[in-house]
Design a protein around this ligand. Structure first.
Ligand code: VAH
Length: 312
């Protein structure tokens, strides 16, 4: 049985769909701070604040999960508005889960890190698994500290924690909340609704991104891999597609020729994006557990627009 904490978020909600498909609705417990208003019949949901350790303990005792997916976190842009809250949620939420997993003998945990763990002095291109990491956002600092905690709890206590440094995730079913890479999702919704978009990142800001289908499949492949294949217990680099706002705008124009792109140039998220890599080297993930992205920029753009046209 699996419990997903933070199941209402951009990644949590799509992981929940995929894990229900794989293990059956009755074996996937979703939880978040608030009950979603569109919860379908027969799906198990529990309201939980991951910072309430006693309530979380009761939840884990009630359902006795064999795997925990911890997706509750405050992302980069919102984190810069509420740094203390971001540190508290991202760090103490993780610590609560790690300690309760130890207490209750829950062996397997997934926890997401991010390319936000890299900073201004990290290599910009093909950023490696190991390199200088001086994150300058509180989100990135909390994710880097979280990676060190995960590796420590694995080495000291044998917890089977697995983690991926997600790039910016692009999805049509769910929209992201408070991220710096969110422009790459908003642009599609705006292009279809208004035929134009004002990007809060500059035209040449290249960032590593990943289509949600690839992110969910990769996460489950990592969790399914035999433990002896996992050589990274901090968090794996994975790469999908690196592109700039100008490049994705051109790709959209191939399908929506009248689409107009413009740029806002005083957004605080630009400074966060400037501190992040342009592209990632994911050779450890490829070698250890066979990671392989399937979407390129053209394929993702086509898939996004087709799905938004038919479903949203
Ligand atoms: C954010 N989408 O923008 C998240 C992610 C790499 C970016 O961590 O904060």
């Amino acid at each position: 049985r699996i419990i997903i904490i933070g199941a209402n978020g951009q990644i949590g909600s799509e992981l929940a769909m995929a894990l229900r498909q794989k293990f059956g609705d009755e074996n996937v417990i979703t939880s978040d701070i608030r009950k979603p208003d569109d919860l379908k019949e027969g799906l198990i949901f529990e309201s939980i604040n991951v910072l309430d350790k006693d309530a979380l303990r009761s939840l884990l005792i009630k359902y006795e999960p064999t795997q925990i997916y911890l997706l509750a976190a405050m992302l980069s842009a919102t984190g810069e508005q509420y740094p203390q809250k971001a540190w508290d949620l991202n760090m103490n939420g993780l610590l609560n889960v790690l300690d309760l997993a130890l207490d209750l003998g829950i062996k397997k945990i997934f926890w997401p890190s991010s390319i936000a763990v890299f900073g201004p002095h990290s290599p910009k291109v093909n950023t490696g698994q190991y390199c200088i990491m001086d994150p300058s956002s509180i989100y990135g600092i909390s994710k880097l500290a979280g990676e060190r905690l995960c590796e420590y709890y694995h080495n000291k206590y044998g917890l089977d924690i697995r983690s991926i440094r997600y790039p910016g995730i692009i999805s049509w079913k769910t929209s992201p909340g408070g991220g710096t890479t969110d422009y790459a999702v908003h642009i599609f919704f705006e292009a279809l609704k208004h035929g134009k978009y004002a990007s809060f990142l500059s035209a040449e800001t290249e960032l590593p991104m990943l289509y949600m289908e690839d992110a969910v499949r990769g996460t489950i492949e990592l969790m399914d891999a035999p433990a002896e294949k996992i050589t990274i217990r901090s968090s794996y680099n994975i790469a999908g597609i690196s592109f700039t706002p100008a490049q994705i705008a051109e790709e959209i124009k191939k399908i929506l020729p009248n689409f107009e792109m413009s740029y806002v140039d005083d957004d605080p998220r630009q400074a966060i994006a400037n501190s992040w890599p342009a592209s990632i080297d994911d050779s450890y993930a490829r070698n250890d557990w066979g990671w392989q992205p399937t979407y390129d920029l053209e394929g993702m753009t086509k898939n996004m627009i087709e799905n938004l046209k038919t479903h949203v």
